[in-house]
Structure formats: structure tokens, C-alpha cells
Design a protein around this ligand. Structure first.
Ligand code: SF4
Ligand code: SF4
Length: 191
């Protein structure tokens, strides 16, 4: 990829994550503290290295960006105050924009979309609605009948512990405020 395009992509990531990736000197503290690193195909410190080199597509198409649980441990541990978690968030966004989400991770994306959609509609989570949307999205992406039943054994124990509300909807009163928060998050950022 041409250097100007690479530099523009790096600059956009830095603007959106409010950080300077060039400050990273590869000490590895972020990867050492990451609770998800054992599952990741690319370590957080390596993701930062790839962004430094402008290899954004390789970083954004990793499973790691969607396995990140946004715990912020990496950003807190970094001696150079690099906001690794913020960079990972932007890489997630880029993977969706460029349609380069790793094929192994499509169910994770379906789950996160279902979660956000229920918040958008109700202003809070509604487990039944979220699970129904997730299963429909998952089945559309992978028409496997076993997928619909997967996790079903968790339903009853969750219900008995009061963790599963069997009612669709139940929105908050001020839904307009929730819509405004979503709209604000989706505003384009000026560089
Ligand atoms: S902790 Fe900071 S400086 Fe060290 S590798 Fe991670 S991002 Fe780079
Ligand atoms: S925010 Fe993500 S990358 Fe950073 S430590 Fe947590 S799981 Fe790992």
C-alpha cells in the first residue's frame, strides 16, 4: 500500500483512539497483562507494532481485536501511556468498515450487534430479545440447526437465579436520550 495511504490510516487510528502509536517501544507489558492473550492470534503489543508499520488490514482482520474484552489492563500498564485498548476498538471498527472480520469471529460480532441493538431499542439489556436476535443473526450466517439449541441448557439456571427476564421490550422512559447518545457516538470525527 502507498505510504501516504498508510500514514492517513495510522493518523486516523491515532485520532480516534487519542494516542500515539509511535510511542510504543515494544516492552510487552500490555501483552503480559492481557487476560485474553492466550486466546488471541496476535498479541496486543504486536497489534500496535502492525499499526506502527501501517499493516492495518492484518491487524484489523485478526481474531484478537474481537476477543479483546475492553478491560483496559493493557492501557493502564503501558509505561508510555499508549491507549492500546482504544486502538483495538478502532481496529474493530475498521474490520467492519472494510468487511475483513476474521471468519472465525462472526458469531462474536453477531452477539455484540444484538447486544447493542437491544440497548438502542430499550435503553437497557433485554436478555430474551438479545438472545432471540443473536440466534437469528447466527443462523443466517451459519444455517446449522444445532446453533439454535446451543447454550439452551443455560436458560433454566439463569431464569431460576433471576438473570433472565422472559419479557420482550420493557424500555426505559427516556428513549430519546438513548438515541441521542447513539447518534453522538456515530458522529464522524474531524481530524
Ligand atoms: S505496554 Fe506500551 S510500550 Fe509496552 S509494548 Fe505495550 S503499547 Fe508498547
Ligand atoms: S483491553 Fe483488550 S487487549 Fe487490553 S488487556 Fe484487556 S482484553 Fe487485552
Amino acid at each position: 500500500m502507498h505510504n501516504t495511504v498508510k500514514n492517513k490510516e495510522i493518523a486516523r487510528i491515532e485520532t480516534l483512539s487519542h494516542t500515539k502509536v509511535a510511542d510504543c517501544y515494544q516492552c510487552g507489558k500490555c501483552s503480559a497483562g492481557c487476560p485474553m492473550s492466550e486466546k488471541m492470534d496476535i498479541l496486543p503489543s504486536t497489534l500496535i507494532r502492525l499499526v506502527q508499520y501501517g499493516d492495518i488490514d492484518r491487524a484489523a482482520s485478526s481474531t484478537a481485536v474481537w476477543q479483546c474484552v475492553s478491560c483496559l489492563t493493557c492501557s493502564t500498564r503501558c509505561p508510555k501511556s499508549v491507549n492500546i485498548a482504544g486502538v483495538v476498538d478502532v481496529l474493530k471498527q475498521i474490520s467492519l468498515e472494510k468487511k475483513i472480520v476474521h471468519p472465525k469471529i462472526k458469531q462474536v460480532v453477531a452477539f455484540q450487534r444484538s447486544f447493542l441493538n437491544t440497548i438502542y431499542r430499550n435503553g437497557r439489556t433485554n436478555e430474551l430479545e438479545m438472545v432471540a436476535e443473536y440466534k437469528i443473526r447466527g443462523l443466517l450466517g451459519n444455517p446449522n440447526p444445532f446453533f439454535a439449541l446451543k447454550d439452551a441448557e443455560l436458560g433454566l439456571p439463569m431464569f431460576l437465579r433471576g438473570k433472565l427476564h422472559i419479557k420482550f421490550g420493557a424500555p426505559v422512559k427516556n428513549k430519546a436520550l438513548v438515541r441521542r447518545i447513539f447518534a453522538k457516538c456515530q458522529e464522524p470525527v474531524t481530524e
